[in-house]
Design a binder for this molecule. Structure first.
Ligand code: SF4
Length: 178
């Protein structure tokens, strides 16, 4: 069954509906997130289940996966990230155009998980900013969907000016990103 996205808050009367540009763009962004799946190990398998017919991420307008950072706005990191892989992940993030969001899926991406070793990055937020963390080893598809829905809320409510704010620029600088 097709479910229409809720309309944003605004004023309506006979023959008209008025709202702000921020809200319309937020609604469009939230319902057309294009994920880039950066899957390195077992959590990636849960993501495959999330994309399958049973859980069907397409219901959220996110069926169009992108393997090019230039055509994605949601970086989903799923799996163990070795320190050697860190610069690659950072470059992928850097190549994505604004606005962009990051979902860290599972214990490994979020904190290194059980791999408390010299070779594993102890959380991707050491190299790129993360918007939402999904706990679990592995998280179930329902949890991944919950994470995507949290990202949708962020996208829906984000001010168009946020990405030009001093605070945002400082946050990127703290990661040596521009
Ligand atoms: S969190 Fe668990 S399931 Fe996910 S990549 Fe790490 S070890 Fe695998």
């Amino acid at each position: 069954m097709v479910k229409m996205a809720d309309k944003p808050d605004g004023y309506e009367g006979q023959g008209f509906f008025a709202t702000s540009l921020d809200k319309v763009i937020g609604m469009a962004r939230a319902n057309s997130l294009w994920p880039l799946p950066f899957a390195t190990s077992c959590c990636g398998i849960e993501f495959m289940a999330t994309m399958g017919a049973n859980y069907d991420l397409a219901r959220f307008g996110s069926e169009r996966l992108s393997f090019s950072p230039r055509q994605a706005d949601l970086l989903m990191v799923m799996g163990t990230i070795a320190k050697k892989m860190g610069p690659v992940l950072k470059q992928v993030y850097d190549q994505m155009a604004e606005p962009k969001w990051v979902l860290s899926v599972g214990a490994c991406a979020s904190s290194g998980g059980i791999f408390d070793t010299y070779s594993v990055l102890q959380g991707i937020d050491r190299i790129i900013p993360v918007d939402v963390y999904v706990p679990g080893c592995p998280p179930r598809p329902e949890q991944i969907i919950e994470g995507v829905m949290r990202i949708q809320e962020l996208a829906k409510n984000e001010s168009l000016r946020r990405r030009h704010s001093e605070e945002y620029k400082k946050m990127l600088e703290s990661y040596n990103l521009t």
